[in-house]
Ligand binder design. Structure first.
Ligand code: NI
Length: 191
């Protein structure tokens, strides 16, 4: 198990698009170790996901997992997912509002719009193709992680800066309404 440092806002690595992984590279020790380190570091930091450039590796690889996460107890579960070279395509125009935070943006949350339904095409850690449609809150998580791989952060999507808040003030002033809103999104989209 190797825990890696997580790049913080302002480090250029977070703003550079990552490089595609050659399919022949996926089985190498270097790429497999990168995936294991992403998983270990995400779990240790209690994140819902982590992208390779957040641990200073310029590769188009990200991981996601939501179980019983104390940082996001209202989030629907996502089984451990490894995406290599993901491409996200919106399915339809529907969007929903979400509150996001990020392990690379300390103590800040803000409200963003995300597509409610997206198609995700990628390779898994064995090089097998993934092609699935993800909906609702989980679709937001996939968009957040794939944005990282394009050098984008959730703060780029915040259109109303008055929604920015610390985690404490989120809990104090915004959380109750947001949890209700999440319930409506889950009822509509199933996740
Ligand atoms: Ni993030």
């Amino acid at each position: 198990m190797a825990l890696r440092r997580i790049a913080q806002l302002g480090h250029p690595v977070l703003r550079e698009p990552t490089e595609l992984v050659e399919p022949s590279e996926i089985g190498t020790e270097a790429v497999q170790r990168l995936i294991d380190d992403l998983i270990d570091t995400m779990r240790e930091a209690q994140g819902a996901g982590l992208a390779a450039n957040q641990i200073y590796e310029r590769k188009r690889v990200c991981v996601m997992e939501v179980g019983n996460n104390p940082r996001y107890p209202y989030k629907p579960k996502i089984p451990l997912t490894v995406l290599i070279n993901p491409v996200i395509t919106p399915v339809g125009d529907a969007t929903f509002e979400s509150y996001e935070g990020c392990l690379s943006v300390p103590n800040l949350r803000g409200q963003v719009q995300r597509f409610a339904e997206v198609r995700v095409q990628a390779l898994d850690r064995h090089g097998e193709p993934i092609d699935q449609v993800v909906r609702g809150i989980s679709a937001g998580t996939f968009q957040h992680e794939c944005d990282h791989l394009d050098g984008k952060l959730f703060i780029d999507h915040v259109t109303d800066p008055s929604t920015f808040c610390t985690w404490d003030n989120f809990d104090r002033y915004r959380r109750a309404a947001f949890v209700e809103h999440v319930g409506r999104v889950i009822a509509l989209y199933g996740s």
